[in-house]
Structure formats: structure tokens, C-alpha cells
Design a protein around this ligand. Sequence first.
Ligand code: ATP
Length: 325
Amino acid sequence: MNTTSAGPAIEAIGLSKQFNTVHAVSDLSFTVPTGSITGFIGPNGSGKTTTLRMLLGLIAPTSGSSTVAGVPFAALPQPARTVGAVLDSLSLHPNRTALGHLLVYSAAIGVTDERARHVLALVGLEQAARQRAGTFSLGMRQRLALATALLGDPRILVLDEPANGLDPEGIAWLRDFLRAFAESGRTVLVSSHILREVEQIVDRLVIVNRGSLVYQGGIEDLRRSHSARVLVAASDPARLALALGAEGLTDAQVLPDGRLAVRGAAEQTVAGIAAAADVKIFGSTIEQVDLEQVFLSMTAGQYAAQHYGPPLSQQYGTDPFGGPR
Ligand SMILES: Nc1ncnc2c1ncn2[C@@H]1O[C@H](COP(=O)(O)OP(=O)(O)OP(=O)(O)O)[C@@H](O)[C@H]1O
């Protein structure tokens, strides 16, 4: 993570958006630190796209404000050179080639044709440069959309559900790509309604539910804050539960497989109490925290399950995202 930059790459300050009677976003504040890959997670309809559209100046908030690279989006002198975004599925002329599509955009934002070829290679589409977009798979369309967002050599990428429709290989490719992008000191804000899909990609999370913030912080902090349980196979689980309760450890539950699940105590503590109560322990393990479950409990189960290509080429050196403009 880049620690040299003073301010956050993106900041939302009390953003709200109402569409008639629908409160799509309610008093939402969060920051996206420079150099981070921040996951913007929430169930379908929780206001993610609406928030991203406000951050990018596409719709006005009902109240609140936001900054990108320290200023409101509208005040950015050359927005495409600061922030690249993929919000909607890319509208492509079916007869236009991948390169042809990029050349239209490169002309519009004033970057060279060489830059267009460079970004095409960055997303692994150089072989498809002369292929017509009408023949593209969903994964190829996603890559071309990403290439379009990269044209201005932006420091910040905003991606709305980029994993949607990608196969596991595509998701792995995206993860490597975004990591390399962030390692070059740049910032990514990536939305998803499936935490598991971006769990391996992001280092920070902003979780929303019904338009409101429910969590922001490090992904590891979230894992740690949900204390794991000690699962104990014991000769007499009921007796052990009683002995634990007498020591103030009242959160102990017998699982269907007969093990006792104990929250709030270390394995050694449980073993000590068991020995004192004359209960034999045949084995114990620490339960892994399932972040998806944590997310589900935070968002009251409003969620639909779902699911993502080759690693980013190393051929462009330490900052492959720079290159020609
Ligand atoms: N232009 C609009 N007019 C009316 N209601 C809207 C509009 N845009 C969004 N909404 C509503 O606002 C709420 C939030 O929608 P939004 O698309 O921001 O959520 P989301 O988290 O991005 O969901 P998804 O993952 O399904 O795209 C929803 O109830 C949606 O129906």
C-alpha cells in the first residue's frame, strides 16, 4: 500500500440519494485509501451502483458530497487521466474491432494510438485487436471495458461488479491484474454483491446494506473481530459445558456431531477446565471464520449466490500501467 500520499483516493461524506420514495443511499460516509484495493460490498439493490454514479459525477446526490483525488469529481481538470471507471456493460458496435473501439475513445480523451495498443496488451487482448466486438465472449467484453478505463493512465480505477459473468480463471486473472495495479501505488474501488468473489482481491472493505454503511476497515480486522470458536471433542460435553459456565464461559453449544463449540476462550483454557472437571478431551480445533457468513449476518441474508483468467503479463516491468500516452 502506498503511504506517501496524504489524502484518500476517494471519500464519500454523508452521501444520500432518494429516487421518489426509494432511499437508495442514506448518509453514507467512507474513505478509499490511496494504494488500497477496497471492496464495496452489499446485497443486490443495496445502493452500490448509485453510490459509484454519485462519486463519478453521473448523478447528483440528494445530500452529502464526495471527492476523488481530493476534489469533487466535477473539479477534476482531466477526469479520464485521474479515474477510470467500468460501470455498465460496455456498449460496443458489433462490427468495430477491439482496437477500433479503443481508438475512438483514445481520440476523445487525447491519448495516442500507441496507448490504445498498450492497454489492449495490458488486458491480454492483443491477439484480438482486429477481431470484431460482436464475436466477443462476456469475459473479453469485460477486459475491453477495463482497457477502455485504463486509456487515460488513471491513478484510480472504479469497477462495478467486474467479476460478474467471469469464470474462475477470469476472476484469478482479474485478481492478479488489480493487485499489480495497486502495487504500482494506484487505487482500486471494486464493487460486488458476493464477498467471496473479491475476498482474495481486496485488502479493505466497505460493506453497505439498504444504502447504509455497516462496516469499513481492513479485511483481516473483520476476520479478527469475529472471534473463532474452539471445537472440542470431549468424553462428557454436557459436564464440560457446566464446568465452563461456572468459570463464566457461558457461550458453549453442543454441535450435531457431538463436539462442544466454545466461544471466548483459548484452547488451553478449555483443556484446563476440562481436566479440573475430570472430562477427557480427545481433540480440539479452532473454527475458521467464514467471512461470507459474517457478511450474511451483517446484511440480514439479503443475498444471492453466484460466481471468475491468465495472470497479468510481467513483460511491462514494474509499472506496466504507465507506458505510452
Ligand atoms: N434511476 C433510478 N430510479 C429509481 N430507483 C432507482 C434508480 N436507480 C436505482 N434505484 C433503486 O435504488 C436502489 C439501489 O439500487 P442500486 O442499483 O444502486 O443497488 P446495487 O447495490 O448497485 O444493486 P445491484 O447489485 O443489483 O446492481 C434499488 O432499490 C433500486 O431499485
